[in-house]
Write a protein that binds this ligand. Structure first.
Ligand code: HEC
Length: 141
């Protein structure tokens, strides 16, 4: 009984990392993204629609992104439960559109400091292809 009360008393701190969707408590993230914006990466880059590019993007997504962002890109991959903030839900089109394709490509290369989004080590083309795949299949307008 005492052990149970102890656990109950602890549980609020266990969940202290929980945040509202879209809110990140880490100022390093805002700083890194602000720097990226002033570095001139915050531009729209064309995303390919060729079948080979979308197939390459699908393969990259399955092997490198699904674990966090989820098979249907709803931010619910198997690792998502441990991550605060949670992985982005790419079916949230308002969020998808709020970040330019150039900045999303920068995020894939550089990650977002203080979050589970690590630098992914992809080439520029691989990053562009995976963004095209996500946009065509999940971030549908
Ligand atoms: C280890 C987990 C993890 C993996 C693997 C991962 N991501 Fe993320 N990703 C995250 C998290 C967590 C965030 C949310 C960060 C935040 O809210 O600030 C994120 C955010 C993003 C964003 C920014 C979305 C936005 O505009 O808010 C993009 C773009 C992105 N990820 C693309 C990818 C792509 C593409 C891959 C695969 C090549 C990938 N991520 C792999 C965890 C991951």
């Amino acid at each position: 009984m005492h052990a149970l009360l102890f656990l109950l008393a602890l549980s609020p701190s266990v969940h202290a990392g929980d945040t509202a969707p879209g809110f990140s408590p880490d100022p390093r993230e805002a700083k890194a993204l602000a720097k990226a914006r002033t570095d001139g990466v915050d531009v729209q880059v064309a995303l390919p629609r060729r079948a080979e590019a979308l197939q390459a993007g699908a393969a990259t997504y399955a092997s490198r992104c699904t674990v966090c962002h989820g098979a249907e890109s709803e931010g619910d991959g198997t690792a998502a439960v441990a991550l605060h903030p949670a992985p982005a839900d790419f079916t949230d089109v308002a969020r998808w559109d709020a970040t330019s394709s150039g900045l999303k490509r920068w995020i894939i290369a550089n990650g977002i400091a203080g979050t589970g989004m690590a630098p992914m080590g992809l080439s520029g083309e691989q990053a562009t292809d995976v963004l095209a795949y996500i946009e065509v299949n999940f971030a549908q307008h």
